[in-house]
Design a protein around this ligand. Structure first.
Ligand SMILES: *Cc1c(COP(=O)(O)O)cnc(C)c1O
Length: 386
């Protein structure tokens, strides 16, 4: 393959090659385009079955679904919610919308999940829940966290937006916590354009989420609202796309896992310069994003590297900035060295179901070549300075 022939490779792309168009057309022809219609139930059923739980509640995005889960679980003012600092901003914002306080914990550097060893020291009398995030598709080691939660009487909620299809000890992400939130944004493993869902085995919680999702209307007295609710409903059109996506969930997950296998093959000889994604023995990774971390001694500037990849037509993205570094969550007390290092050294390479073997080879060739072109060994740097 000639790597000089420039390609254009996006970091994420939806795959809409099932019944999506058919079902959307059905919504339009039947005029059921708003938030009532049969696709809502069908999508919820498929999600619940796939996640091995009795209930799924869909919403209009993965931020509202997480907010809805926390609100329905009774998280409120003065409560504290323990969560990893290395996540997407929505994880912390959802707690803030409840007027609760996000309490950040560092991650471990193998799977980029919350470090279970550091959870207990973050617990106070105000702690209500532990919010875990299976980052980039690797499940969280939930058993020790569940034990901590039980000892202290806390809820465990997962922001599993990135991990549909992942397995923990043979159990599906979505069935591991009191409630698990998913996102169906356009770059996620399955998409509805914008969309979200919560899965749970708790009927009371599912009922409460349905109630709050639809402006808390009294089921037996229309237009009577005994509480402040939300309009977080998904449209039937979005659910139509979701139904078609969910019918082929296994395929969507397998395609990503195949892309990850190609990355591992192409990068096998680069482990001295990159830390490749790791999978625990108890985990099946769903590879929402294939993530590489430059080795700690790397003198390469991450953003410069992203820029060089872009010149080759390869879109990539930085590992999330730790949430405790954002202006509204800035903290001076905690210490989060692992999250800060992973963020500084990490990028997500293109990961989606339309990539070909040749695309992955092209990405890896340029990932290595651009990294090397930017690399100055520490001795070279010293010599240049002198
Ligand atoms: C995508 C994502 C969400 C939800 O995002 P929306 O764009 O609101 O659907 C929440 N948490 C994490 C970790 C995510 O990656």
């Amino acid at each position: 393959m000639d790597h000089r022939v420039k390609r254009s490779i996006r970091v994420a792309e939806p795959v809409l090659d099932g019944n999506e168009a058919l079902y959307v057309m059905d919504c339009i022809q039947s005029t059921w385009i708003s938030s009532r219609g049969t696709y809502i139930d069908r999508f919820e059923q498929l999600l619940a079955e796939y996640c091995q739980v009795p209930y799924a509640v869909v919403t209009n995005n993965g931020t509202t679904s997480l907010h809805l889960a926390l609100a329905a679980a009774g998280i409120g003012p003065q409560d504290e919610v323990i969560m990893p600092t290395l996540s997407y901003i929505a994880t912390a914002n959802a707690a803030t919308y409840c007027q609760a306080k996000p309490v950040f914990v560092d991650c471990e550097q193998d799977y980029l999940s919350i470090d279970p060893e550091r959870i207990e020291q973050a617990i106070t009398p105000r702690t209500k829940a532990i919010l875990t995030v299976p980052l980039y598709g690797h499940p969280v080691d939930i058993d020790p966290i569940e034990q901590i939660a039980q000892r202290h009487g806390l809820l465990v909620i997962e922001d599993s937006a990135e991990a549909i299809g992942a397995l923990y000890k043979g159990r599906r992400v979505g069935s591991l916590a009191d409630a698990s939130s998913f996102s169906f944004f356009g770059n996620k493993t399955i998409t509805t354009g914008e969309g979200g869902a919560i899965t749970t085995s708790n009927k009371e919680l599912a009922d409460r989420m349905r109630f709050l999702r639809g402006q808390a209307v009294d089921p037996s007295k229309n237009y009577w609202h005994p509480e402040v609710g939300f309009n977080y409903r998904m449209t039937n059109i979005a659910a139509a796309i979701g139904t078609a996506q969910a019918e082929r969930l296994d395929v969507h997950v397998q395609r990503r896992q195949e892309v990850a296998r190609w990355y591992f093959e192409e990068l096998a000889d680069s482990e001295d310069i990159f830390q490749l994604p790791r999978s625990a023995p108890w985990a099946q990774h769903s590879y929402w994003m294939y993530t590489v971390l430059m080795r700690p001694e790397s003198a390469v500037d991450r953003d410069a590297w992203i820029g060089r990849l872009a010149q080759e037509g390869i879109e990539s993205r930085p590992v999330f900035y730790p949430i405790h570094t954002m202006p509204m969550y800035r903290e001076r007390t905690g210490s989060y060295p692992v999250a800060e290092r992973c963020s500084r050294l990490g990028i997500n390479l293109p990961t989606h179901g339309k990539l070909t073997r040749e695309d992955v080879r092209y990405v890896c060739h340029h990932a290595i070549a651009t990294w090397k072109s930017l690399y100055r060994s520490p001795t070279q740097t010293v010599r240049r300075a002198a």
